[in-house]
Write a protein that binds this ligand. Structure first.
Ligand code: TMP
Length: 202
């Protein structure tokens, strides 16, 4: 399916425990109150591959090969784009995704995979119109995480993941928001950036 509508696609990225899901949901609610037709979505998706990833890759006994992870996330993303994102964009909706392709670049890139290869297997996934990175120090997020941790939730992984995210911030592909502040301040900042972007885009 091709993107043909006038919808806008935004993704929110960050380390595990950075408050990204809370912030994404808040953003969706606040944009909705302002009259935008907004769709919240997330990766791993709620489709069959997404469910399999959660069980097999994130909450298995040990971490699977990063190549398997990258391929599964890319397959899940293909379905996510095709089944959820593009249909919503084609209806002219504003789609906000809690994680997208930058998560693969950061997490599977941090595991040692070539970023160019990760980009290649995600070729079908269109670039978001705006990508936000909620930045919280790895040392901070690690204390916030639930006891039932996923295989990604350890300090060493989170440090490497942040390094890769920062490469994309430096390249200007991700807009960094300081997530080390009260929830409302972070939410206000994200909303301001999104509204400014939407104004320019219209
Ligand atoms: P979350 O739903 O709590 O954000 O957790 C999803 C986990 O999956 C998180 O540790 C990041 C990881 N992940 C990847 O490693 N690669 C990906 O492409 C995506 C979308 C998520």
């Amino acid at each position: 399916m091709k993107r043909k509508g006038k919808g806008v696609f935004i993704c929110v990225e960050g380390l595990d425990g950075c408050g990204k899901t809370t912030q994404t949901k808040l953003l969706v609610r606040r944009l909705g109150k302002k009259g935008y037709n907004v769709t919240y979505t997330a990766e791993p998706s709620c489709g069959e591959i997404g469910k399999f990833i959660k069980k097999y890759c994130l909450h298995g006994k040990k971490r699977v090969s990063s190549i398997v992870e990258a391929l599964l996330f890319a397959a899940d993303r293909y379905e996510h784009v095709d089944n959820e994102i593009i249909p919503a964009l084609n209806e002219g909706r504003l789609v906000v995704s809690d994680r997208y392709v930058y998560s693969s670049l950061a997490y599977q890139g941090a595991a040692g995979l070539d970023l160019k290869w990760i980009e290649k297997i995600n070729e079908h996934a269109m670039r978001p119109d705006l990508a936000i990175f909620v930045d919280v120090e790895p040392e901070v997020v690690i204390h916030r995480l639930k006891p039932k941790k996923s295989v990604m939730e350890n300090l060493e992984t989170q440090r490497k993941v942040r390094e890769v995210y920062m490469k994309f911030v430096e390249k200007g592909e991700l807009v960094k928001i300081d997530g080390n502040r009260p929830k409302k301040e972070v939410a206000d900042d994200i909303l301001t950036i999104v509204l400014r972007f939407l104004e320019k885009a219209s």
